[in-house]
Structure formats: structure tokens, C-alpha cells
Design a protein around this ligand. Structure first.
Ligand SMILES: O=C(O)COP(=O)(O)O
Ligand SMILES: [Mg+2]
Length: 232
């Protein structure tokens, strides 16, 4: 039986899955480094650092710029500056990936419950979704700081199963990072790995998702949804 045959709800990762957010994350990271007169990072570096939340991003950026591990005090002093700069420009250069909105519309029409499970801090997640008018599709939004643990811990997915009273076979996790796949496996839910996002430069297939997709639009075929545009 297909691992997708019983799916009734979908949890989506955000960064690298729905939205290419690295340009704005990189700009905010550089603003912090610039303020500290440290060497600046590139977008490509930030792409390989995203995945474990804002604090880990800054930890990786400071480790690069200082060429050594920074003190906990340095990191904690820097976090409010990153939060400040990123909040100012959440959606200056970030873009939706191709096909995202069309698939969300189709899933909504087909009656799927949908959630966001991101490691991004919650206070950035809501305005970012709103700026793309995507908030209307999601019944539940979990940021990296919404619960006691973030992905790759299964807690956010277990929380959704509990909130929606779903057996694990009915939830699908869609993401670009091994953190998404590891969390899904630990929660015993099916997963789709997308190849175009951020996965520390690694092949998402190596994490063993139930399916690997090169494009977001492939999700509808996996779920055997008919395309409204070609239905008539
Ligand atoms: O903010 C991050 O580090 C990654 O966020 P994501 O979980 O939406 O990919
Ligand atoms: Mg991601």
C-alpha cells in the first residue's frame, strides 16, 4: 500500500519548502556581522547554515566570522540584533517557490487539514505567511519556539496528531531538510523530501523520505489529487 493512501492532513516546513527565505536571512545576518566589524558571509554560506532555527544560524555565522567558537555571552548579545534586522526586512527579497500556492489551493479545496511546522521563530513565521497571503491555508502554525523542542525532534508532529486526533498514518510531512525527515520518521508519519531547498548541501534522498520530489507541484500526484484546471 502507498504510504500516502490514508493521508488527510499535511504539515509543511516553511524555509526552503514554501519560501526561498535565504536572501533576507542572509541580509539580516550580514547586518549583524557588519555592525560588529566582522567579515561578511555570502548567501550560499547562509543557505548551508539554515535549518535549526535563528539562534543556530547566528551561532554558525559568528563561528565563521570569528574563525572560532564564540562565547555564550557574545551569542546572546547578538540575537536581539539579528531579530531586529530580520524583522525589518522579512520579505524584501524572499520569494515563494513555483507551484506552492496552486497546490495549497487544491489541498484546501480537497479538504486536507494543513499546518506549518517550521524551526523559524514564531514571531517571524506569522508575518512572513501573511506577506504572501498564505496564512489562510493553515489551521495550525508551529514555530521553532512554539513547543519545548523543535525538529528534528518529533514533538511538533506529535502535537499536531494530538490536536487533530489523527492516527500517524493520516499525516504527511513535506520538507526540504533532513530535520523534517528525521522528525517525521520519529513520529511515524510519512514524509516527502524536496530537492530544491536547504539541506546543508546534502542529498535529501539520503535521509530516506517516502518520496523525493524535485518540484512542489509533484505533491498532488503523490496524493492522487485531480488537477482542477484539467478536470472539465
Ligand atoms: O529557520 C530555520 O532554521 C529553518 O526553518 P524551516 O524549519 O522552516 O526550514
Ligand atoms: Mg526547511
Amino acid at each position: 500500500m502507498s504510504p500516502f493512501s490514508q493521508i488527510k492532513a499535511v504539515a509543511f516546513d516553511l524555509d526552503g519548502t514554501l519560501i526561498d527565505s535565504v536572501p533576507d536571512l542572509a541580509a539580516a545576518t550580514r547586518a549583524v556581522l557588519d555592525e560588529l566589524n566582522l567579515p561578511l558571509c555570502t548567501d550560499d554560506m547562509v543557505r548551508s547554515w539554515v535549518g535549526n532555527g535563528a539562534e543556530m544560524l547566528m551561532r554558525r555565522a559568528l563561528t565563521f566570522a570569528l574563525e572560532s567558537a564564540m562565547s555564550e555571552e557574545q551569542l546572546q548579545a547578538t540575537m536581539p540584533r539579528f531579530m531586529h534586522f530580520y524583522k525589518l526586512n522579512l520579505q524584501q527579497h524572499s520569494v515563494l517557490y513555483a507551484g506552492v500556492e496552486a497546490v495549497l489551493v487544491q489541498l484546501k479545496q480537497a479538504g486536507y487539514q494543513m499546518a506549518i511546522v517550521t524551526n523559524k521563530p514564531y514571531e517571524f513565521t506569522i508575518p512572513l505567511l501573511e506577506s504572501f497571503n498564505l496564512n489562510q491555508y493553515f489551521d495550525l502554525v508551529l514555530g521553532g519556539d512554539s513547543l519545548a523542542k523543535m525538529k528534528p525532534d518529533p514533538l511538533p508532529l506529535q502535537h499536531i496528531l494530538h490536536e487533530w486526533q489523527l492516527p500517524a498514518e493520516q499525516l504527511l510531512m513535506v520538507g526540504d531538510s533532513k530535520n523534517d525527515i528525521i522528525a517525521a520518521k520519529a513520529a511515524k508519519v510519512a514524509s516527502v523530501g524536496l530537492t530544491y531547498g536547504y539541506n546543508y548541501g546534502e542529498d535529501i534522498g539520503l535521509s530516506g523520505p517516502d518520496a523525493v520530489c524535485e518540484q512542489f507541484s509533484e505533491i498532488t500526484a503523490l496524493l492522487k489529487l485531480r488537477d482542477n484546471a484539467t478536470e472539465q
